[in-house]
Design a protein around this ligand. Structure first.
Ligand code: RIB
Ligand code: CA
Length: 320
């Protein structure tokens, strides 16, 4: 069993990652933290708690609110993909009596900040806790700045982010999580703790289509099934307009799958750098992944392949 801390900018696919992680017996989710990214951290925190409430779980992981601003850059959000509320505009849905289908959740938050919770939990589980950031890396970087000696005891960081042999999804060259806080990403890569990256090269191979979601949910009418339909509807429409397929990527669920089913993934070692200054290519992750090319000392493992169908089958088997 692996102890993890999930750091999220919930987000539609972050919500799916949370549901998958809490339905993975191989993982003990010690805590879930929030950070500004897809939308402002206050909304990400609300969405995180709303997801947990909809799951109706008995034992909540510790939840803490994180950083609202990237280390240096001004905040850039992705509400055009995830909805103004960050959760597919599901908070706009009303019952027949006019009440909200997804009311604001109970504020089940610990009093300390996400950065302090990360530092505390690494201290509680030295060389054991795995950090799984699936949003901008601001919280992780700030914890490393605040308590470097303690953060060296992180077992591994398994993150969703980057784009190597594929286009970016924010600019031609940059993936959103790295683009939103490139300075944090460079700091995390330079820090020296083992890093595994799950980039767009792999997450773009796993598409959750509306057709597949309907087929898997079938006649179910439970709260979670309704939630899955409601939070994915808007982003599926976005991809229909933009890319011509009615569906959505489930980027953030893949690092969870890598932890529970590593056999479904192909990984290479690489020396990864992040562009932090150029206006044109800021947030680009650069690495020479050609096997025949000698490379400087690797600083990360990069996921380059996935058995998409096996991953999706496991995903639905777990969450439903
Ligand atoms: O580029 C995809 C990433 O950006 C995902 O984590 C998604 O939630 C957004 O944060
Ligand atoms: Ca995310």
């Amino acid at each position: 069993m692996q102890r993890i801390l999930l750091d999220t900018d919930t987000g539609v696919d972050d919500a799916l990652a949370i549901i998958l992680a809490l339905n993975s017996p191989e993982l003990k989710v010690e805590a879930i933290t929030s950070v500004s990214g897809n939308v402002h951290v206050d909304l990400c925190t609300r969405n995180l708690l709303m997801t947990l409430e909809t799951m109706g779980i008995d034992e909540y992981p510790v939840c803490a609110r994180g950083e609202s601003q990237p280390l240096i850059k001004p905040l850039v959000t992705a509400s055009h993909v995830h909805g103004l509320d960050g959760i597919g505009d599901a908070t706009q849905l009303l019952r027949d009596d006019g009440s909200r289908l997804y009311p604001d959740p109970e504020p089940r938050l610990t009093a300390i900040s996400a950065v302090d919770l990360i530092i505390d939990l690494v201290g509680q589980y030295p060389d054991e806790l795995v950090l799984v950031p699936v949003g901008p890396l601001t919280n992780i970087a700030k914890a490393m700045i605040k308590h470097p000696a303690r953060m060296r005891r992180v077992r591994e960081i398994v993150l969703m982010g980057g784009a190597f042999e594929t286009y970016g999804n924010v600019t031609t060259t940059a993936e959103f999580n790295i683009f939103a806080d490139p300075h944090a990403a460079q700091l995390v890569l330079d820090f020296g703790v083992p890093v595994t990256m799950v980039p767009l090269d792999v997450t773009h191979q796993v598409m959750l289509t509306g057709k597949r979601l309907n087929a898997e949910i079938g006649e179910r009418t439970d709260r979670l099934s309704q939630f899955l339909r409601d939070v994915t509807r808007a982003t599926m429409g976005y991809h229909q307009d933009l890319e011509g397929f009615y569906g959505t990527y489930i980027h953030d669920a893949l690092p969870i799958g890598l932890l529970t089913h590593p056999e479904l993934f192909e990984i290479v070692e690489a020396f990864v750098q992040v562009e932090t200054s150029s206006d044109l290519t800021q947030g680009m992750t650069i690495a020479d992944l050609r096997p025949e090319k000698p490379r400087p000392k690797p600083n990360a493992r990069v996921c380059v392949g996935v058995n998409a169908e096996a991953f999706l089958a496991n995903f639905f088997d777990r969450i439903l």
